[in-house]
Design a binder for this molecule. Structure first.
Ligand SMILES: C[S@@+](CC[C@H](N)C(=O)[O-])C[C@H]1O[C@@H](n2cnc3c(N)ncnc32)[C@H](O)[C@@H]1O
Length: 274
């Protein structure tokens, strides 16, 4: 019965239970890339969409000391993000706020945000174009919107896509970098200011086992009954093995879009994108 509970738990709630520091693709390096390239500063009003357990919002505040609002549809994730916030310094606590809200209906006024960051969250959304128009609505003119998404550099077996979809509770399709860029640039209201593709690597079985052990040794997990520990370990290992297999086919895009309020002349001889 107890093991059933962990298998039925939605993926986002399960990783919130583990208190896994969910990161955007590329982690700190990506946050650094976004902040350096978007000219963000202490006065920037920053919004993170799909803030999960708070990693990116906190990292932005720590680096540039700007106000950051993180929104996520998962109550469990927002609750963990708020616990993480409480562990941080008083200065960071004053700058960052996490609330339960959806990308489909962002709780911000029109043009009130200078930088939007969204790492991986769009993959979880069924109505991606609604999220993109909401991003456009809240962004200030010439403001930046950074999007990072995993994409397939080669076609994975259908079965693997089905397994990943089952885990995260959202249907994952075979998406290339071009497919993602289509979604973001379809309405032609964003300029693609910067774009790069970044390779990813899968890990050894030993590394996966070490990673699982790390979570099993966390005090709030370790103190659970043995039956729960067995179930949690088993589900976590199964999830990571499937994700690891998936990583053999994955890279990610790092992209900065800019809200362009006026039409500009096209540029012909641009630098070749990586
Ligand atoms: C891969 S995680 C994002 C990780 C995050 N970038 C970080 O650095 O920690 C994706 C998140 O998107 C959230 N999400 C899914 N649909 C959403 C929506 N419509 N609006 C806001 N957040 C959403 C999920 O609940 C999940 O927490």
């Amino acid at each position: 019965m107890s093991s059933d509970k962990y298998y039925k738990m939605p993926y986002v709630d399960f990783i919130s239970l583990l208190r896994e520091t969910n990161r955007c693709p590329g982690g700190k390096d990506t946050i650094n890339w976004i902040l350096q390239n978007s000219f963000a500063n202490q006065n920037s009003r920053v919004l993170e969409i799909g803030s999960n357990t708070g990693f990116s919002s906190l990292e932005v505040a720590r680096l540039i000391r700007a106000n950051v609002l993180g929104i996520d549809v998962s109550e469990a994730a927002v609750s963990v993000a708020n616990q993480e916030l409480l562990r941080d310094t008083p200065q960071i606590q004053q700058l960052v706020k996490f609330v339960v809200a959806s990308a489909y209906d962002i709780p911000c006024a029109d043009q009130s945000i200078d930088l939007i960051i969204s790492g991986g969250a769009t993959s979880f959304m069924d109505d991606k174009s609604r999220a993109v128009s909401e991003m456009h609505r809240v962004l200030s003119n010439w403001g930046f919107c950074s999007v990072c998404n995993l994409f397939y550099h080669s076609r994975p077996p259908r079965q693997l896509l089905d397994k990943v979809s089952e885990i995260i509770g959202v249907k994952i399709n075979y998406m290339t970098a071009d497919d993602w860029m289509q979604i973001y640039t379809n309405n032609k209201v964003f300029e693609v200011y910067k774009l790069e593709t970044v390779p990813l690597a899968s890990q050894s079985d030993e590394r996966l086992a070490e990673y699982v052990d790390y979570f099993m040794s966390k005090p709030h997990i370790k103190s659970l009954p043995l039956e729960d520990l067995v179930a949690i370990r088993q589900r976590w290992m199964e999830i990571l093995q499937i994700f690891n297999e998936n990583h053999k086919y994955l890279s990610f895009i790092r992209c900065l879009l800019r809200k362009r309020p006026i039409e500009e002349e096209p540029e012909l001889f641009t630098i070749k994108q990586r």
